[in-house]
Every structure is written in structure tokens, then in C-alpha cells.
Write a new protein. Structure first.
Length: 474
């Protein structure tokens, strides 16, 4: 396709297909059998996109026009602050974290300022563990810190609580200038964060209306944090736009990577593979596995189909890391229940090569490593794991990134988002809502005394009266 300026990411799905060593694999015809459903899904998704239901794709173009504003702001604040802290949770935290870990120096925060291009250290507070929050705030000097409060709804208790603590802290330390240390990313019109920001004069970025948290990485949610920490967000968007166009235009399950991955996921789910393992062989992609886990779980784990019938459907995502988890989880994948489908993510060319020294004095059984590289060892281990799983009759596939750079990460995000959207269509569920999360949010409001939730509070207290417990008095 015209937009494909560099070699793009590739997929190798041999391990999913039937072959001499893999008789249980799928036949080509089985994938082709889903083609009508895929054509239908492609048309439906195109409509949903037009109607503003799947803005993660539609808004990429308008995001491109906002990049200069984001970069200008990022470049203006980056030299002024030693620390940049994201306050957010779920989709408002995992994307920024994943991109940072994939694209910045692995020990970015430990580098000297000049090695970081005089950009701030980066932290994400995506929980409300009092120890973690307290210790971070104790460690950072608020007067040298910029806080980015990210909340689409502007109502999330965890993020709002963090915000109130940070704001109070800043007011005490920075006095009248405290607002210069807060930038918010939220909805254009809704939520409780917005009026406070307008009243107190915080810098503000908008999360477009039709985008849910887990699909929002390529909006100011992720782009601002990335730009502040020196990531090339132009390239990130460039890669995403190319993949987006390809997926929207490519016809046929063997040409369209999102259709292909969704078809493989659907066939495997139909055959009882209730677990989807995402296993990158690159430490930089470890948090990408967290982001994928949220995307897959929250989008596809649903109680009711589009007609309101109870279905209780979904495939459980599991995050793993190669090679580390070869020594903890692969035993289960190879010999435990055959209920998993595994996606390896491989990087073809790492930005660094690390040679292994030769020492001829060493025992022969270690000498074979000398003169090779860690890259070679990693590739060998990944390939050997594939082989072992194939011998064990387990299905697996691979996404291959030519390099771990912004362009290919942009492609990967869009591939996984579109795959999820396609899977939602095949399962006949709404992949873009999260009703199961809302009940917990409402319960929290009730227990914490929010007005209007009095009845819920009573219900929860009633439910909690009878407990089954065990106490150890040792
Ligand atoms: O994907 C989602 O929609 C959720 O994970 C939300 O991002 C998360 O609940 C935080 O919500 P908000 O951004 O409204 O604070």
C-alpha cells in the first residue's frame, strides 16, 4: 500500500495451522469459512466508525493536526521540570506506561539529565496504595514536578483522590503558582475535573468524546506523556495511520492482519482456548502486555450480546515475558490444560547488541555461548519455545516488529485495537463499553459517602453482614 513507507510488522501464524507436527492446527478452509462474517464485520465496523462509535481510528487524522500543539507544550515544559507524574488508572495509565517502556531507555529515570535530553523523569501513579503514593510524593520535590491528571470521565475516585492530595501538596509548597504544576487531560465538556481546571487555570488537553480509555493511547492521553519524555510522536502516529488504513482497506482474511488475528482468536476460542497469552520477547514490551490484557479483557469480557441475551463470554488474557517466563509459565503452557493460545511478540533488530565473551578455559558445556550475542540467545530461546509448544500440540503465533521504534509501536497498537474490534463483532458484543466495571465504581462512591448513593450503601452493608472468616491468633 502507498502508506507503507518502511517494512511493517509481520505475522507468522504457522503455529496455529495444521501441519505434519501440528495435526490439531487449523486448516486454511476453516479461516476462509469465516470470510463472510469478516466481510460483514468490516462493513459494520466501517459504519460504526462513521457514526463515531470507534473513534480510535477516525480521530487519528485529526490527532495529526494537534501534534504540533502537543509537541510545543511538551518542549516548553520539559526543561522546566525534573519530574513528570501521570495520575490516572486503567486506560488512562497503561498506554502512557507501555509506550514509555517500549521506546525510552530502559533505565530512563536513572539517567543523568543530559542523557535524558534534559527531559523530566517519568512516573505513573496508577494505584492508590497509600504507601506508594506517600513514598513517591515524599521522594519528589513538588516545586520541580509537573503532574498530568488524566481522566476521561473526570469522576474516577482513585484519580480524583490522587489529584486532591497532589493539589494540596502543591498549594503548600508552591503557593500561588501551584496551578503551573498541573496539566489535565479530560473530556471537553463532561466531568468534575473540568470545572476545577477552568476555575484554577490549569493547562488542559482534551480526550475526544468517542474514545474509551483503553483505546485512547494515541490521543493526548498517551501523546503528551510521550512527547514530554522525548518520544517521536509523529512517527508513532505515522505508523498507526498506515496500519489503520491498511486494515480498513485490505479485503480478505489472509491480507488483513486484524481479520487474520481475530479469525484465529475466534476459531481457537470456539475450540475451548479460553486463555490468550501475550508473550513479548523484549523487556521493553513488558508493559505492552499489561495494556493488551486490559484491551482484551475489558473489551471482550461481556455478560450480554448486542441483543441483550446473557452470554458471559470472553477469553482471559495472560501476560508473560520471554525468556523470563519460560522459567515460570511455559511448563504449564506445554503440559497443562490445552486451553491457551499464545502470541509471541518478537523484535527482529534490537537497538543494542551485547556480545558474550569467549573463554576457552571454561567447561565445554558453557563455551558454546562464547562469541555469540544475547540477541542470538534470545532468538534461539524464542524459536525453541515455539518448537517445544508445537511438539506438545499447542497453538501459537507470532507478531514480528522489525525494530522497537515509534513507527512500529504505532502499527502494533492499531493492529491490536482493530483485532479487538473485529473479535467484538464476531462475538456479537459491544467491545467499547465496560458495564461490569461501573458497578464497582458506584459501590465505591456509596461506601465513601457520595451524595445520591445512600441506598447502594445500605445494600452493600446489608450484603456484608454475614461473613465467613478465619483468624489466626498466633
Ligand atoms: O478503558 C477504560 O475505559 C477504563 O480503563 C478507564 O480508562 C478507567 O476506568 C479510568 O477512567 P477515567 O479515564 O474516566 O478516569
Amino acid at each position: 500500500m502507498e502508506n507503507q513507507k518502511k517494512p511493517g510488522i509481520r505475522m507468522d501464524y504457522t503455529g496455529m495451522m495444521s501441519g505434519s507436527q501440528n495435526p490439531k492446527g487449523f486448516k486454511k478452509e476453516e479461516l476462509l469459512g469465516l470470510q463472510n462474517a469478516m466481510d460483514q464485520a468490516q462493513a459494520t465496523l466501517a459504519n460504526r466508525r462513521e457514526n463515531g462509535e470507534i473513534d480510535f481510528s477516525k480521530l487519528l487524522v485529526s490527532m495529526k493536526t494537534q501534534l504540533s500543539e502537543i509537541i510545543e507544550y511538551a518542549d516548553s515544559v520539559a526543561p522546566k521540570f525534573e519530574n513528570f507524574v501521570v495520575l490516572g488508572i486503567g486506560g488512562s495509565a497503561l498506554g502512557p506506561l507501555a509506550i514509555h517502556q517500549a521506546l525510552n531507555h530502559y533505565y530512563y529515570n536513572d539517567l543523568a539529565p543530559e542523557q535524558r535530553g534534559h527531559r523530566p523523569r517519568f512516573y505513573v501513579l496508577d494505584n492508590i496504595d497509600p504507601v506508594r503514593v506517600h513514598e513517591l510524593l515524599q521522594m519528589l520535590d513538588p516545586s520541580k514536578t509537573l503532574f498530568n491528571v488524566i481522566s476521561k470521565s473526570g469522576n474516577t475516585s482513585e484519580t480524583m483522590a490522587q489529584f486532591l492530595i497532589v493539589r494540596d501538596n502543591l498549594q503548600q509548597v508552591c503557593g500561588d503558582n501551584y496551578a503551573e504544576h498541573i496539566v489535565i487531560t479530560t473530556d471537553k465538556e463532561k466531568g468534575n475535573l473540568l470545572p476545577i481546571a477552568l476555575k484554577e487555570g490549569y493547562q488542559r488537553f482534551v480526550i475526544p468524546a468517542g474514545i474509551g480509555g483503553r483505546f485512547s493511547e494515541l490521543t493526548p492521553v498517551g501523546l503528551l506523556a510521550a512527547a514530554i519524555c522525548g518520544i517521536d510522536i509523529n512517527q508513532l502516529l505515522e505508523g498507526a495511520l498506515g496500519m489503520d488504513q491498511w486494515i480498513r482497506e485490505a479485503k480478505g482474511v489472509f491480507s488483513n492482519p486484524a481479520q487474520l488475528r481475530a479469525a484465529l482468536a475466534h476459531l481457537s476460542w470456539q475450540k475451548g482456548k479460553n486463555i490468550s497469552v501475550f508473550m513479548p520477547y523484549a523487556d521493553g514490551l513488558k508493559t505492552m502486555a499489561d495494556w493488551y490484557a486490559q484491551l482484551w479483557a475489558e473489551s471482550l469480557g461481556k455478560g450480554y450480546d448486542r441483543q441483550g441475551r446473557a452470554v458471559h463470554i470472553g477469553q482471559t488474557p495472560v501476560k508473560a515475558l520471554g525468556v523470563t517466563d519460560q522459567h515460570s509459565q511455559v511448563q504449564l503452557y506445554a503440559e497443562g490444560p490445552d486451553d491457551k493460545v499464545i502470541t509471541f511478540v518478537a523484535v527482529e533488530k534490537f537497538k543494542e547488541t551485547q556480545g558474550i565473551p569467549i573463554d576457552l578455559e571454561l567447561p565445554e558445556d558453557i563455551q558454546f555461548l562464547g562469541g555469540r550475542t544475547l540477541e542470538e540467545l534470545l532468538f534461539a530461546e524464542q524459536k525453541a519455545t515455539e518448537y517445544a509448544l508445537t511438539l506438545a500440540g499447542r497453538q501459537h503465533q507470532k507478531i514480528i516488529l522489525p525494530t522497537l521504534d515509534a513507527y512500529h509501536i504505532g502499527q502494533l497498537l492499531l493492529l491490536l485495537e482493530w483485532e479487538t474490534a473485529y473479535m467484538g463483532e464476531l462475538l456479537n458484543i459491544n467491545a467499547f463499553d465496560q458495564p461490569g466495571v461501573e458497578e464497582g465504581k458506584n459501590g465505591t462512591y456509596a461506601l465513601m459517602g457520595r451524595k445520591g448513593y445512600e441506598q447502594k450503601k445500605q445494600d452493600i452493608e446489608e450484603y456484608g453482614k454475614i461473613r465467613h472468616t478465619l483468624s489466626l491468633d498466633i
